[in-house]
Write a protein that binds this ligand. Structure first.
Ligand code: AMP
Length: 585
C-alpha cells in the first residue's frame, strides 16, 4: 500500500493527514486521488459510507485550488445537512496548513444570513445540501460560473430524497469545462441517468471488495415471528450489555414506535427520523455520538451523515426494500479496523430477501438463535462482575462509613457477601427472564403454539410463593399426565397461582390426571379457565427487563465498561430458564 505522499499530495496536506491519524490511504483514496490529480476526466466512483470517500474527492481538489482566486471553484453537494457539515469540517482539517483557502457550508434549517456572510468573504470551496444551494444560486449569492469541480456525494441518496430537480438546476449553471466527480454506493437507473446527462466518458473506479471495513462485518439473521420481532430486539440488546448500534426501520412510524417502546422499557435509546426538527436531530445525534445513547432507532435517510466509527452492531429491524441499501446500513459497523455485526430480524416471508443481499455483499448470512434467558443472565452477570472490578472507590468519601458498614456486615461470610452484592442487580434479570419464552421460529410455528384455538388454558392453585417455576410445572404435568409428547403452550407463573396451556385434545386427561395431585404436601387444584383477551399475554405485556428502572438518557444502564466475555452456553446447551415446553418423559 502506498503513502499519501506517494499519491502526489503536497507536504502541507500530508502533515495535516498525519495529525488526523490518517496513516495510509484507503482503497478509494488510492484510486481516486492520483486520478483526479492527473486528469480532467469525469469520475464515477462506487463507494460506500465509511470507505474514506470524503478525503478521496476533497484532497485532490484542495491540492489544486487556486488560493489567490477568491471565486468559488468547487461545489460539493451532499444529501443531508449532517453530511455537508462533516465534509466541510473534514476539508477545514485537511487544509489547515494551507493559506487563504476558504470553505463555506450551506444547508437548510440554519440561518441563511451567516452563510451569506461567509460566502461574501469569498469561498473557493462550497459544500451544500441541494435545496439551500439552489436557493443561494437563485438569490445570486452563490456564483458557480468559475466552477472547476462539481462533486455529487452519495448521489443515490440525493436522488432517493427527491433532489433530482435541484441537482439539475445546480448542474445547469456550472460551466461546460469542469470535472464532475460522482460518488455513489449504488448505481440504480436514476444515478446512471445523471451520469449520462452530465458526464463525459467518465472513468470508473470502485472501492470494491477491498473495502477493509466491509470485510470485518459478519452478517447474521434471526428467524422470528412478527409478534416476536420487538421482544427479540430487546433480547439482543440484553445479551450484549455493551451494545452501541443503530436499529434501522423502514418507516418513520416504525422508528417512532420501536424507539418509544425501548425508552419505555428502560433502554438508552432514541429515534432519528424526518419528523424531528433540525435542533431535535442535532440533540439526538450528539447524545448518540457521546454514547449517552446505546441504541439509535433510525430511518435510512435520517442516519445519513452520522459519522460514528465504533458501532458494535447494526440491526435491521426490517430489511430495506433494496439490497443496495442493506450495504449502506451494514457498512456503518466494522469500521476503522474494528469488527462489526450486522443483524437482520426476519420472518418466514422475508427469508427470500436474504439471497439478493448475499449476492451483493458476497457473504452468507449466518442463522443465529435468539438468546434464551440463561444466556442473557450469564452475560449480564459477567458484565456486573466486570463493573464491580472496574469501579473506582472514593476512599475519602467512604472512609467515615466503613466502621458502621463493617459492624452491620460482620456476621456475613465473604462468600455470602459477594453473592448478596451481586444479587442486588442480578435478581432483576433472573426474575425477568424466568420462564421466558423461546422466541425462535417462524410464523407457522408460532401459530401452532399460539394457543388461540389449539390449546386449552388451565388455572392451577400454585405460584411462585409455592416455589413453582416453569420447569417444575412441566415436571408436575409430566408426572400427572399419562400421555407422552403432549404439546404445552404458554406458561404464566404468578405469585400464588399460575396458568398453563395444553393441546386441547388432552384437556380431559389433564383434569383427570390432576384430580389427586399433590405438590409439596398441598392438594393441587387444576381448572379450565378462559383465555385472556388478545391471546397470549406474556410476550406483549412484559416490559424490557429493567423496565422503568432507569430514565431516558441514563447512560449507566449497563455500565459502559469494556467487558467482552461471551456466554459459554451459546446455543442453549445449558438450557434456558424457560426450559423446553414439550412434555417429554
Ligand atoms: P468517509 O467514508 O469519508 O465518511 O470516512 C469514514 C471515516 O474514516 C471518517 O471518520 C474518516 O475520518 C476516516 N478515514 C478516512 N480516510 C482515512 C484514512 N486514510 N485513515 C484513517 N481514517 C480514515
Amino acid at each position: 500500500m502506498s503513502l499519501f505522499s506517494e499519491l502526489g499530495l503536497s507536504q502541507e496536506i500530508v502533515s495535516a493527514l498525519t495529525d488526523l491519524g490518517y496513516e495510509k490511504p484507503t482503497t478509494i483514496q488510492e484510486k481516486a486521488i492520483p486520478q483526479i490529480l492527473s486528469s480532467q476526466d469525469d469520475l464515477k466512483a462506487f463507494a460506500q459510507t465509511g470507505t474514506g470517500k470524503t478525503a478521496a474527492f476533497s484532497l485532490p481538489i484542495i491540492e489544486q485550488i487556486d488560493s489567490k482566486n477568491k471565486n468559488t471553484q468547487a461545489i460539493i453537494l451532499s444529501p443531508t445537512r449532517e453530511l455537508a457539515i462533516q465534509i466541510g469540517k473534514n476539508i477545514q482539517e485537511f487544509s489547515k496548513n494551507l493559506k487563504n483557502i476558504h470553505i463555506t457550508t450551506v444547508y437548510g434549517g440554519a440561518s441563511i444570513d451567516d452563510q451569506i456572510r461567509s460566502l461574501k468573504k469569498g469561498s473557493q470551496i462550497v459544500v451544500g445540501t441541494p435545496g439551500r444551494t439552489v436557493d443561494l444560486i437563485k438569490r445570486k449569492l452563490l456564483k458557480l460560473s468559475e466552477i472547476k469541480w462539481v462533486v455529487l456525494d452519495e448521489a443515490d441518496e440525493m436522488l432517493n430524497m427527491g433532489f433530482k430537480e435541484d441537482l439539475d438546476q445546480v448542474l445547469k449553471v456550472t460551466p461546460k469545462e469542469k470535472q464532475t466527480l460522482l460518488f455513489s454506493a449504488t448505481f440504480p437507473r436514476e444515478v446512471d441517468a445523471i451520469a449520462k446527462n452530465y458526464m463525459h466518458n467518465p472513468v470508473e473506479i470502485s472501492a470494491g471488495k477491498k473495502n477493509a471495513g466491509a470485510d470485518k462485518v459478519s452478517h447474521e439473521y434471526y428467524l422470528v415471528s412478527e409478534r416476536n420481532r420487538y421482544p427479540a430486539l430487546k433480547r439482543l440488546a440484553d445479551v450484549n450489555p455493551d451494545i452501541y448500534g443503530i436499529v434501522f426501520c423502514r418507516t418513520r412510524r416504525d422508528t417512532k414506535n420501536v424507539a418509544a417502546k425501548l425508552i419505555d422499557d428502560g433502554y438508552n435509546a432514541d429515534a432519528l427520523h424526518g419528523d424531528l426538527s433540525q435542533a431535535q436531530r442535532d440533540i439526538v445525534m450528539e447524545k448518540f455520538r457521546a454514547k449517552h445513547l446505546q441504541l439509535l432507532i433510525a430511518t435510512d435517510v435520517a442516519a445519513r451523515g452520522l459519522d460514528v466509527n465504533s458501532l458494535t452492531h447494526v440491526i435491521n429491524y426490517k430489511l430495506p426494500d433494496q439490497a443496495e441499501n442493506y450495504t449502506h446500513r451494514s457498512g456503518r459497523t466494522g469500521r476503522a479496523g474494528k469488527e462489526g455485526i450486522s443483524i437482520a430480524l426476519i420472518n418466514n416471508r422475508e427469508k427470500n430477501a436474504l439471497k439478493p443481499i448475499e449476492k451483493k455483499i458476497g457473504k452468507k448470512f449466518i442463522q443465529k438463535q435468539v438468546p434464551n434467558g440463561r444466556e442473557i443472565c450469564e452475560n449480564q452477570l459477567f458484565k456486573l462482575i466486570e463493573r464491580v472490578k472496574d469501579v473506582e472507590v472514593n476512599d475519602q468519601q467512604i472512609e467515615s462509613y466503613l466502621e458502621s458498614i463493617d459492624t452491620q456486615l460482620k456476621d456475613i461470610s465473604r462468600e455470602d457477601l459477594i453473592k448478596k452484592f451481586v444479587s442486588i442487580e442480578f435478581n432483576k434479570f433472573l426474575s425477568y427472564y424466568e420462564g421466558a419464552d423461546d422466541l425462535n421460529g417462524d410464523d407457522s410455528k408460532e401459530r401452532r403454539r399460539s394457543g388461540d384455538e389449539n390449546f386449552t388454558r388451565f388455572y392451577i392453585n400454585l405460584g411462585k410463593m409455592d416455589g413453582l417455576n416453569p420447569a417444575k410445572l412441566m415436571g408436575l404435568i409430566n408426572e400427572n399426565l399419562s400421555k407422552r409428547d403432549v404439546e404445552i403452550g404458554q406458561i404464566e407463573i404468578l405469585k400464588s397461582f399460575s396458568f398453563f396451556e395444553i393441546d386441547k385434545a388432552f384437556a380431559d386427561k389433564v383434569l383427570q390426571g390432576f384430580e389427586h395431585a399433590e405438590f409439596g404436601g398441598r392438594a393441587v387444584i387444576v381448572e379450565i379457565t378462559k383465555k385472556p383477551k388478545g391471546g397470549r399475554s406474556r410476550s406483549g405485556k412484559r416490559g424490557g427487563f429493567g423496565g422503568g428502572r432507569k430514565s431516558r438518557g441514563d447512560s449507566n444502564r449497563s455500565g459502559g465498561g469494556g467487558y467482552k466475555g461471551r456466554s459459554s452456553s451459546r446455543g442453549g446447551k445449558k438450557g434456558g430458564f424457560g426450559g423446553s415446553k414439550r412434555n417429554r418423559r
